[in-house]
Ligand binder design. Structure first.
Ligand code: C2E
Ligand code: MG
Ligand code: MG
Ligand code: MG
Length: 280
């Protein structure tokens, strides 16, 4: 609900109060200081390999602790940062922090695979690949420890450029996944063109998985399609044991969701790893 009014003017329509407020502009100003004031933090949510019952790594999810407003969801501030270009600095920070953390996990013999969410805007800038390469080198991790998740919608805006960038990332050894698969405007034919490794089924399909309905048929079909195309398939939003059993039965390889663990700060994540019944 963002309305552009002339140059650099934004209004944010707040549905809860039914009026326009200037909170969008506030966010933009406050975001400028968020990195230097160290207001960002990464939370980690484990990924479970359903065949081995082992934790293989975690997805990094950004959190913003605003000094006055408290925690602001990425769903609120990432779109703002994407519009004004602040996303580039944020992504650099996320990559650096996630790779540093992955290196730490390796040192402590913890599952060291990390995935980061990359805003589709980056695909269309020349420096993404170089930034990732530099960050990997600086941190000392192996390229195959890093995975980037890109939402489906972003990939299809300019398929040729997306293919080019993803190919470069793959050449370096980085894994690439399509996030929120099934909710975008993409067509199945892009699966032929985009050299991705993984499909991440959107959590909206998982929510009612226990009911023998359309979601179950879609999920089972996506799993079969992915497997036939030699793609890894991940389910996000696994909230119940039933979901896990159905996914396993259907041949899904990796699961993520509150039933396994919520995204939490690194110290809590590491504690959970040791306390949980999962191995790695
Ligand atoms: P996403 O990458 O699809 O991440 C999954 C979202 O679902 C996360 O929300 C996660 O906390 C939530 N989730 C995980 N398990 C469950 C579950 O079992 N049930 C339910 N209901 N939700 C679950 P979060 O952390 O608020 O992030 C929202 C979105 O913001 C992400 O969606 C991603 O698109 C974006 N995002 C997060 N961190 C970053 C980042 O560092 N950079 C960029 N560009 N985008 C980010
Ligand atoms: Mg993601
Ligand atoms: Mg997702
Ligand atoms: Mg999402």
């Amino acid at each position: 609900h963002v309305k552009r009014e002339g140059k650099n003017m934004y209004q944010f329509f707040d549905e809860s109060i039914g009026s326009c407020s200037d909170s969008f502009l506030d966010l933009e100003t406050d975001l400028q200081h968020a990195i230097e004031r160290q207001e960002f933090q990464l939370f980690y949510q484990p990924k479970l390999d359903l065949a081995t019952n082992r934790i293989i790594g975690a997805e990094a999810l950004i959190r913003w602790y605003h000094p006055e407003k408290g925690m602001i969801s990425p769903e609120q501030f990432i779109p703002v940062a994407e519009q004004n270009g602040q996303i580039y600095e944020i992504t650099k920070w996320v990559l650096k922090e996630a790779c540093r953390q992955s290196r730490e996990w390796t040192k402590h013999q913890l599952p060291s695979h990390v995935s980061v969410n990359i805003s589709p805007h980056h695909l269309y800038r020349r420096d993404l690949v170089q930034t990732i390469l530099d960050t990997i080198k600086e941190s000392g991790i192996q390229p195959n420890q890093l995975e980037v998740e890109i939402t489906e919608n972003g990939l299809v805006q300019n398929v040729d450029t997306a293919v080019e960038t993803i190919s470069k990332l793959k050449k370096i050894g980085i894994q690439v996944s399509i996030d929120d698969f099934g909710t975008g405007f993409s067509s199945l034919s892009y699966l032929k063109t985009l050299p991705v490794d993984t499909l991440k089924m959107d959590r909206s399909f998982i929510h009612n998985l226990s009911e023998k309905g359309k979601d179950q048929m879609i999920v089972q079909s996506v799993i079969q399609l992915a497997r036939a195309m030699k793609l890894t398939v991940v389910a996000e939003g696994v909230e119940e044991e039933d979901h896990l059993l159905i996914l396993k039965e259907a041949g899904c390889q990796i699961a993520q969701g509150y039933f396994i663990n919520r995204p939490v700060p690194n110290n809590e994540y590491v504690k959970w790893l040791h306390d949980s019944h999962f191995d790695w």
